[in-house]
Design a binder for this molecule. Structure first.
Ligand code: ADP
Ligand code: CIR
Length: 358
């Protein structure tokens, strides 16, 4: 249960104002004027400003600090969400292009580490939201069950290598969950930011994971977003991973699901850091020398890439292995986001070799 569940917008705003050290984008952009203009608004899905800012106010160490209560929050609470979105994605205008996945039969990249020495695994994911449902703070248990049912029906239409099986979290043993999480396939309920935003309400009802038989394509159902489509495999073959994901997206787009979108913002997600292309392309890569360099963060910032620990956001690195991914998801196309990650990873590999004297 979220601790700030019973606090109203004024009480939450007081908390973030009192957190003088907070560096979150919420703290930066929720000015007294914007707060006053938005605090009594209610979205079409009955979402409130309190629903959007609860996590960031209760966790002043958030990086972003705001979630959208539902797809319409991006309109109703645009006065605070728009500046946060521009800041996070490093754009001056909200002018997201139409989806463009590029021609996957003519990609100019394949394996980013043919030697196999540095890249452990590669993963590309996108998030999608059902157009007709709100996001976690406004969802009921019945909504979650219904969404899961509709999703599973459409997943059953996937073809070829994408064919697989849906495993609900309800009824899955703790041991199985822990094993799948350690292997980087499954999510869990351990993120305090997401918890406070209502992301684990009714847990584990309505949640589950779809596995293609070869385990290289997965779908997360009702984790942070309604849907996350994930393509992953061992090694550095970004070309194969991306091509598989694009095939899956195209099949699922015509499977009967309708996804939430907004002009100039692209596909809508619970966290504003994910909207637009919603695409995060990552490698798990061994970079002990670069990671120990005091300039590491600056190096990544300059390439628009982000370093995370290997068990997901807000986790630590293990054995000098980092998760390196594109940071921006808005204001560029899908193929451009992947190319940004590719260039970043190539630069990381080059720098690690230089620092190792190779
Ligand atoms: P996302 O927001 O993309 O879902 P998280 O940082 O929460 O990302 O990570 C989700 C899971 O995906 C974690 O278990 C993480 O270890 C795993 N993961 C991310 N990138 C890779 C990768 N390149 N190879 C293997 N697992 C990965
Ligand atoms: C934060 O603000 O730090 C958290 N709410 C997470 C923000 C970005 N990550 C995400 O959506 N997974």
């Amino acid at each position: 249960m979220a601790q700030g569940q019973n606090l109203n917008a004024d009480q939450l705003f007081e908390k973030i104002n009192a957190a003088k050290d907070s560096k979150s984008l919420l703290k930066k952009h929720l000015t007294p004027e914007i707060f006053a203009a938005t605090k009594d608004k209610v979205s079409k899905f009955k979402g409130t400003l309190a629903d959007c800012i609860r996590s960031g106010c209760m966790n002043p160490d958030s990086g972003v600090g705001i979630y959208a209560s539902d797809p319409d929050a991006y309109t109703t609470f645009a006065a605070v969400l728009d500046p946060v979105i521009k800041d996070y994605h490093n754009v001056t205008e909200l002018n997201h292009p139409k989806p463009d996945f590029g021609d996957t039969s003519k990609l100019d990249f394949g394996d980013l580490d043919p030697s196999g020495d540095m890249i452990v695994s590669t993963r590309v994911r996108v998030g999608r939201s059902h157009a007709s449902y709100g996001f976690p703070p406004v969802l009921t248990l019945e909504d979650r069950v219904e969404m899961e049912k509709n999703t599973v029906k459409c997943l059953a239409k996937l073809t070829g290598d994408l064919k697989g099986e849906y495993c609900p979290l309800t009824g899955m043993t703790k041991e199985k969950q822990a094993e799948l999480t350690a292997d980087h396939f499954l999510f869990n309920d351990s993120d305090r930011f997401l918890r406070e935003a209502g992301g684990y309400n009714d847990w584990p009802t309505g949640r589950g994971i779809y596995f293609a038989t070869n385990k290289k394509f997965l779908v997360w159902v009702n984790e942070e977003d309604h849907l996350r489509f994930i393509s992953m495999q061992m090694g550095g073959n970004l070309g194969e991973v991306y091509t598989r994901l694009v095939k899956a997206i195209k099949e699922l787009e015509t499977s009967g699901l309708e996804f939430a979108k907004k002009d100039n913002l692209g596909y809508l997600t619970f966290c504003p850091s994910n909207l637009g292309t919603t695409l995060r392309a990552s490698v798990h890569i061994k970079i002990p020398k670069l990671a120990a360099d005091p300039e590491f963060k600056k190096f990544c910032d300059g390439l628009h890439i982000q370093a995370r620990g290997i068990h997901g956001e807000h986790t630590e690195s293990v054995g000098g292995v980092y998760d390196i991914s594109n940071k921006r998801r808005l204001g560029l196309t899908e193929i451009e986001a992947v190319q940004e990650m590719r260039r970043g990873v190539e630069a990381v590999i080059k720098r690690e070799k230089e620092l190792s004297g190779k």
